[in-house]
Design a protein around this ligand. Structure first.
Ligand code: PMP
Length: 283
């Protein structure tokens, strides 16, 4: 396996970072999780835009141009013969000392890993996922804007632990006002009376690329979509419920906090959007 590290490809065994990298010491860095379908990098410009915007917010200068980054991503994909897979792209603050000051770090470190991913078993896409509401909140926007895809995932990890403890596949996270934010690694959608609802990004979610694609596909298919704050009540009485994310793609939810969603199987609109998503991804 070949890994992109800083300026070029190295063997997996040589792909090591310093213990003084602030990405490790403080979670000071950003990342992207990107799909590859048919050898092509899915929604590459949208991912690079999000990466560059995350960098801008945390005052990190990515030491590459947009075109150089694209070339590095494609070189990594080709070197590992990835046709249908997943890329993890990371930019850390780089090597510093034990203090917090990021500006003494000489150069951000760029890491690209291209491989395979299977977040959920195939049969779970047919049967649907069980989720639970968890006590750990999503980041308060005045602490760290949730749109920044930073290496600080500790509250999402806490949420994931809470879901695992409850024997659930995913955690539904709320914001500090009690509105639905997102899942620990996915965005949330529900269907009620034929209308799709998803919380606005301002409710405290990542501006998911899969979410963006699903919103576009729904609009094209003539499905009404409303972005508005959702409560736990809305999730409990939804006709359908699904999650979106690069790794999960589109996956139906059939139970939340012990309550069955709809008929207890992924509903027709969930299935339709999953199908439209695949047609689009493979086109
Ligand atoms: N929310 C969080 C917290 C995530 O980590 C992710 C990515 N796994 C998503 C939502 C989905 O975003 P995307 O569709 O861009 O993968």
């Amino acid at each position: 396996m070949k890994i992109w590290l800083d300026n070029g490809l190295v063997d997996k065994e040589q792909a090591k970072v310093s213990v003084f990298d602030h990405g490790l010491l403080y979670g000071d860095g950003i990342f992207e999780g990107i799909r590859v379908y048919g050898g092509k990098i899915f929604e590459l410009d949208a991912h690079l835009k999000r990466l560059w915007e995350s960098a801008r917010v945390i005052r990190l200068d990515i030491p590459m141009t947009w075109d150089q980054m694209k070339e590095a991503l494609y070189q990594t994909v080709r070197a590992n013969n990835v046709i249908d897979g997943y890329i993890r792209q990371i930019v850390t603050r780089g090597i510093g000392d034990l203090g917090l000051n990021p500006f003494i770090c000489q150069r951000p470190c760029v890491i690209i890993i291209a491989g395979n991913v299977q977040l959920y078993e195939e049969e779970l896409y047919e049967k649907g996922l069980k989720v639970v509401s968890v006590p750990t909140c999503r980041n308060h926007p005045m602490a760290l804007p949730p749109q920044v895809k930073s290496l600080n995932y500790l509250n999402n990890i806490m949420a994931k632990i809470e879901a695992i403890d409850a024997h659930a596949g995913e955690a539904i996270m709320y914001n500090n006002e009690g509105y639905v934010a997102e899942a620990s690694g996915d965005n949330v959608f529900i269907v009620k009376n034929g209308v799709l609802y998803t919380p606005p990004v301002q409710a405290g979610s990542l501006d998911g690329i899969t979410r963006q694609v699903v919103l576009r596909l729904a609009a094209k298919a003539g499905l009404p979509v409303i972005e508005k704050n959702l409560t736990r009540f809305d999730l409990y009485v939804a006709d359908e419920f699904f999650l979106t994310g690069s790794a999960a793609e589109v996956i139906g939810v059939v139970q939340i906090d012990g309550r069955t969603v709809g008929q207890g199987t992924p509903g027709p609109i969930t299935r339709q959007l999953r199908k439209l998503f695949f047609e689009y991804a493979r086109s």
